[in-house]
Design a protein around this ligand. Structure first.
Ligand SMILES: Cc1cc2nc3c(=O)[nH]c(=O)nc-3n(C[C@H](O)[C@H](O)[C@H](O)COP(=O)(O)OP(=O)(O)OC[C@H]3O[C@@H](n4cnc5c(N)ncnc54)[C@H](O)[C@@H]3O)c2cc1C
Length: 406
């Protein structure tokens, strides 16, 4: 079969553009298609990014891609007690995603990738053995046409409809998603810290974030468990209404209650386990479409870029051999599960355990642990912080011992 490209990447977000940059940079003929009219627009994101992840890839983030540099995090308990966590591992940025995403995509173009926006993949084409060999696309509502390639990469984000056609299990259960709502607000004075507020009543199975931006602006958002029943419900939709809960938080916040809203949107993010396989013959899934998202805070940009790098490295070897079989691509999945996958699994365990803790217990935990305990917890080293908490409140042993089981 004569192919139009070596690889078609569905989605021009951080994962798709990062994959394309590396693959095109090594000489592959790469096409990115994105259904949006403009890469990175509209923004549906809190825009927080940890510095280390981008640096890992030897990229220098241009000033225009971010709004603020972040020095650390302030984590706040239901009773208002906070822990400030600052260190090399907590520095980062609050991005301007519409510029950041386009910058990543432009880097791919500079390496030779082709990009077509306003071009939606509507069907995965397959050969007689059922292996993907192209996509049917609709460009700007015009008559659909076919584009062929021996490898299709789904970098579709949450929707992942094409990945589903490739056979990946991308359907989300309500329990495994957070429904989110966010405003960009002004004015908000801040200390270059991201602020995270926890409490079951305020944000059941989730949290409120305030991510500061330049010019006294801030992204103020909430994520709540998709299956949560105790909150104001949205009419006809199962679960809590994140907008109502966010408005309630804002009303009680001295700084925000009189601030203006400049942007207003809702969204959904995966906070469950990654999909059970990332590669099949002639296709693969990367980034949030593969549910590679941090289950504690719902951050997916860094993981999306990291998985794209791993996937591209393996694809380059497969391209040399002209072998895009599942076996040939499997090294990507293996590397991911042995690396970031382990961290994600520990975060998932932490999330599941913390969901069982009442607000009163959460207040107790915040009163007991230090910023170093918090760091250890986030790194997946639970033993010391758990011992400290259980020593003073033994009744938490039953719940927190879940953290020590693996
Ligand atoms: C409210 C909210 C707040 C968030 N805040 C943060 C945060 O602060 N920090 C963080 O790290 N993460 C955050 N996230 C998650 C983050 O946005 C994603 O994890 C990240 O964008 C994943 O990158 P990606 O490249 O995998 O997918 P995406 O960025 O979603 O890109 C997927 C692309 O695929 C395109 N596409 C989809 N289907 C098709 C199709 N059939 N044909 C053509 N194109 C298609 C889409 O148009 C899109 O451009 C947040 C998410 C939400 C909902």
């Amino acid at each position: 079969m004569k192919y139009d490209h070596d690889v078609i990447v569905i989605g021009g977000g951080p994962s798709g553009s990062t994959f394309a940059r590396i693959a095109a940079g090594a000489g592959m003929d790469v096409l990115i298609i994105d259904k949006r009219k403009e890469i990175g627009v509209p923004v549906r994101c809190g825009e927080g990014l940890g510095e280390r992840e981008v640096i890992k890839q030897d990229l220098e983030l241009p000033k225009r891609c971010y709004s603020t540099e972040i020095e650390g995090a302030k984590v706040v308990a239901p009773n208002g007690k906070s822990i400030v966590w600052k260190g090399p591992e907590t520095t980062g940025w609050v991005l301007e995603r519409k510029i950041f995403d386009k910058w990543l995509c432009e880097l791919a173009v500079e390496k030779g990738a082709h990009v077509k926006v306003y071009t939606r993949a509507i069907e995965v084409l397959k050969d007689e053995k059922g292996r993907p060999n192209g996509v049917k696309v609709s460009h700007g509502g015009r008559e659909p046409h076919d584009i062929n390639a021996p490898l299709i990469v789904s970098a579709e984000g949450m929707e992942a409809l094409m990945a589903r056609q490739m056979g990946f299990k991308t359907v989300h259960q309500l329990y495994d998603v957070d429904t989110c709502y966010e405003y960009e607000m002004k004015p908000y004075d801040h200390e270059n810290l991201i602020e995270l507020y926890f409490g079951n009543e305020m944000a059941p199975r989730g949290y409120v974030w305030i991510f500061p931006k330049a010019d006294k602006k801030a992204n103020v958002g909430i994520g709540v468990g998709g299956n949560v029943e105790n909150g104001e419900k949205q009419s006809g939709i199962k679960g809590a209404n994140p907008k109502v809960l966010l408005d309630r938080f804002i009303e009680k916040n001295e700084q925000l209650k009189d601030a203006s809203t400049l942007l207003d949107f809702g969204g959904v993010i995966s906070v469950g386990a990654p999909i059970n396989e990332f590669v099949k013959d002639n296709c693969m899934a990367i980034g949030t479409g593969a549910k590679q998202v941090d289950p504690i805070h719902g951050g997916g940009i860094a993981l999306a870029m990291e998985s794209a790098v791993m996937a591209a490295d393996v694809v380059l070897k497969a391209h040399e051999k002209k072998d895009y079989s599942k076996d040939s691509l499997y090294e990507y999945e293996k590397t991911w599960r042995a690396g970031p996958g382990k961290k994600v699994a520990k975060r998932l365990l932490l999330r599941k355990v913390m969901e069982k803790v009442s607000d009163d217990d959460l207040n107790y935990i915040f009163n007991t642990i230090t910023d170093d305990d918090l760091k250890q917890t986030m790194d997946g080293n639970f033993a010391c912080p758990v011992a400290k908490v259980v020593a003073g409140r033994p009744q938490l042993l039953g719940i927190l011992s879940g953290l020590l089981s693996k």
